[in-house]
Design a protein around this ligand. Structure first.
Ligand code: FES
Length: 155
């Protein structure tokens, strides 16, 4: 066997090249996933970062909308007293999905008549043992973003 330069490739040289290639391929196979894990991706929402849930105009005053954030239902409410807020839409009693009561401007669980404050998520009445879990919400460039769960609440 000869190289293009005319220098012959010995059997020993061939085995050394194959062995060297194998070592480089093995190390690359180990290091590449570690580097990919350590470098954050562009789409942070898939990893728990803030998610765009709509334009601010999609949430008029005294209304609500249930959106999905990281596969969890989140109720976005816009009240005169508290502005835009994001809460888990899962009732803390037995896990029903809550709804908006426009007439009373409160969050209502239709399963057992649990009522929650739309500004704080606190239980107003009914069987729910805990307030609704609140999530970070910011309006940036006219877009509503929902982020991580705020501390001090559990559901
Ligand atoms: S599940 Fe909501 S009040 Fe019972």
């Amino acid at each position: 066997m000869t190289e293009l330069t005319g220098t012959p490739i010995t059997r020993r040289k061939s085995i050394q090249l194959l062995l060297g290639f194998s070592i480089v391929a093995t190390i690359s196979g180990i290091v590449a996933p570690i580097i990919a894990y350590l470098i954050p991706r562009e789409n942070a929402a898939a990893y728990g970062g803030p998610s765009v849930v709509g334009a601010a105009a999609d949430f008029p005053l005294n209304s609500s909308k249930i959106v999905s954030v990281n596969d969890k239902p989140i109720i976005i409410v816009n009240t005169k007293a508290g502005g835009l807020k994001a809460f888990s839409a899962i009732c803390t009693h037995l896990g029903c999905v809550v709804a908006w009561n426009e007439r009373k401007s409160i969050i209502h669980c239709p399963c057992h008549d649990g009522f929650f404050n739309a500004v704080t998520g606190a239980v107003i009445s009914g069987p729910p043992p805990l307030p609704l879990t609140q999530y970070e919400l910011v309006v940036r460039d006219g877009q509503v973003l929902v982020g991580k769960q705020l501390p001090g609440r559990s559901a």
